[in-house]
Design a protein around this ligand. Structure first.
Ligand code: SAH
Length: 378
């Protein structure tokens, strides 16, 4: 399905026609339209923006730069809501994972990964995923819909509330990076993801820079160019195999956009140069894609690209049909890439004890599929 057809088919629910409208998650133009609707000048929208996205206000009453009368009118007509955290888990390594409930009862997961020099939020683009990559837990979830821009931004607001990372001053803030690497395929929800990223980039609000944002795709080739040209964020590509026959099986989207086409799109990615290399994610599956020949072929394929490789030890989930490669195999694979001049760090798996690692996200409320129930002995 093309990106556009996908967007229509899996559209998020329309905002409720009755009841107070939620201002948290709106873009600049939408916020201005609401303010103008109240008969206020446009600069009020800028003040509101600051309160919502720089201060993290959840209550109009706290917006002390606005007149009491305006605050009261806002409180009558609007709310400042985020997705509600139905569970919040803290890993022994400091990683946090929230299961968030959206207005229509659907759920998504969001993850926070603190490191010494940065803090990264991993945000979802869809409820579930249509791609059915064989090694990914999210792909086993039956129900799929796109998230609205507000729901994507809402994940960030909830996380910042919980971490206590307001206001968004540059000094000392904890969340510095954003990765669109949670549930779903972000390029199959391009318009909403793009609108959300524009909100996130805004200097007077959440203020994350392009260089600190990475979008990960399984390879929706026709939209890769737009991602670079319109958003200018970093690109990560879930490659995982060096031959079409194997990639067809692991990442079924490959049947539509095979490796050669995908790499051609990467070669043409706007802004891809050595300072901002494209990341190729490669999940290490025991006996499947981890041979020395695979590593050499990977180095050859990426030879003429501004690339780095992220080797991801496979994260298991109940009923998964794969095992993680041995440490030896991963080290050998990495060495072949390094010897060929490619940077290939092995991603340290974070938050495994709370099922927050890559490919483990799934709405817990979803009924497990049969193989999982059997594996769990229920
Ligand atoms: N749909 C997007 C983003 C979501 S997945 C994409 O495919 O890139 C984020 C990363 O985790 C992808 O590289 C994905 O292939 C990887 N991943 C999925 N399941 C995994 C697992 N069980 N173990 C390790 N990595 C996994």
């Amino acid at each position: 399905m093309s990106g556009t057809a996908h967007a229509k088919h899996f559209a998020p629910p329309e905002a409720a026609a009755t009841g107070p409208r939620n201002l948290a998650g709106l873009g600049r133009a939408e916020l201005e339209a609401e303010v103008r609707g109240l008969g206020e000048p446009a600069f009020r929208a800028r003040q509101l923006w600051h309160w919502i996205y720089h201060q993290g206000a959840r209550d109009f009453e706290t917006m002390t730069t606005l007149s009491k009368g305006f605050r009261a009118r806002l409180a009558e007509a609007y709310v400042l809501e985020r997705p509600r955290a139905v569970s919040a888990l803290l890993s022994t390594d400091g990683t946090r994972k929230w299961l968030l409930r959206l207005a229509d009862g659907q759920e998504v997961e969001t993850v926070y990964i603190p490191e010494d020099d940065r803090g990264t939020l991993c945000v979802s683009a869809q409820v579930g995923c249509t791609l059915t990559c064989r090694f990914c837990h999210t792909g086993t979830q039956a129900l799929v819909r796109n998230l609205s821009a507000g729901e994507i931004v809402g994940q960030i607001l909830t996380a910042l509330d919980d971490i206590g990372d307001w206001p968004r001053t540059r000094e000392g803030r904890r969340v510095t990076n954003l990765v669109m690497m949670g549930m779903g395929e972000p390029l199959y929800n391009f318009d909403n993801v793009a609108a959300a990223i524009r909100i996130v980039l805004d200097d007077e609000g959440l203020a994350l820079s392009r260089r600190k944002i990475t979008l990960s795709t399984a390879g929706v080739v026709p939209l890769i160019e737009r991602c670079g040209a319109e958003l200018g964020v970093g690109l990560a590509v879930s490659l995982h195999a060096v031959r079409d026959s194997l990639r067809d099986e692991l990442v079924p989207l490959n049947r539509k956009y095979p490796i050669a086409e995908l790499l051609a799109a990467c070669r043409a990615y706007p802004g891809a140069h050595n300072a901002r290399r494209i990341t190729f994610e490669y999940v290490m599956l025991d006996g499947v894609n981890d041979s020395e020949a695979d590593a050499r072929e990977l180095a050859r394929l990426l030879g003429d690209l501004p690339a780095k490789v992220n080797l991801i030890p496979f994260n298991p989930w109940p009923g998964a049909p794969y095992r993680c490669s041995s440490r030896r195999a991963i080290a050998r694979f990495a060495k072949i890439l390094n010897d060929a001049g490619l940077s290939a760090p092995v991603r340290v798996s974070r938050g495994q004890d709370i099922m927050a690692a890559c490919g483990q996200l799934k709405s817990a409320s979803q009924r497990p599929r049969k193989s999982e129930r059997e594996a769990a002995g229920t």
